[in-house]
Design a protein around this ligand. Structure first.
Ligand SMILES: [Zn+2]
Length: 172
């Protein structure tokens, strides 16, 4: 970082290293696509994956756009649990990745973007194209922020996704 200002003297075509890692978009080939993961309280993880919850409310924003593993953490929102249908799949499952959704944008508004799911005053993460996993991957520990899943976890999730899903996401 401290040397960043000097990198363009002899290697003008070389990009600063942090920029590449933080590029945060779906990479070229299907086999190399970058994913992130987000830990949510239940039943919100299930609601994004199975119930059409298209807004994730967060107190912070991100520049990342692309596929996000939906990880059901240990937390439970009891009020929401009572309000959502009893047959919402995996809503009692914790410590597992249950699906992948595409994060296409982040904005703030008064909640009119998705009256059922959006909380006014928070960042609205626009989630689309959820892909439930036939077999949730567990145990997986929750982490803060938008985290980078291990290669092993990526492999377990990816082989449950449709073969052309990254192409579809790239063009959406
Ligand atoms: Zn909104």
């Amino acid at each position: 970082m401290a040397h960043r200002g000097h990198t363009n003297t002899n290697t003008p075509q070389r990009r600063p290293r942090p920029a590449r890692r933080d590029e945060d978009r779906i990479a070229g080939e299907a086999g190399t696509a970058v994913m992130r993961a987000l830990t949510l309280h239940q039943p919100w993880a299930s609601a994004i994956t199975y119930a059409g919850k298209d807004i994730e409310n967060r107190g912070w924003t991100t520049a990342y756009r692309g596929p996000v593993m939906i990880h059901a953490g240990q937390g439970r929102d009891r009020t929401a649990m009572a309000a959502l249908s009893d047959d919402l799949p995996h809503k009692d499952l914790h410590g597992a990745v249950i699906g992948v959704a595409l994060l296409t944008g982040v904005h703030q508004c008064d909640g009119t973007c998705s009256p059922r799911w959006a909380d006014p005053g928070r960042w609205h993460w626009e989630m689309s194209a959820p892909q439930p996993l036939r077999q949730p991957v567990h145990p997986v520990s929750g982490r803060q922020r938008l985290w980078i899943p291990s290669t092993a976890l990526c492999a377990k999730v990816r082989h449950q996704l449709p073969a052309n899903i990254f192409e579809r996401w790239r063009s959406s």
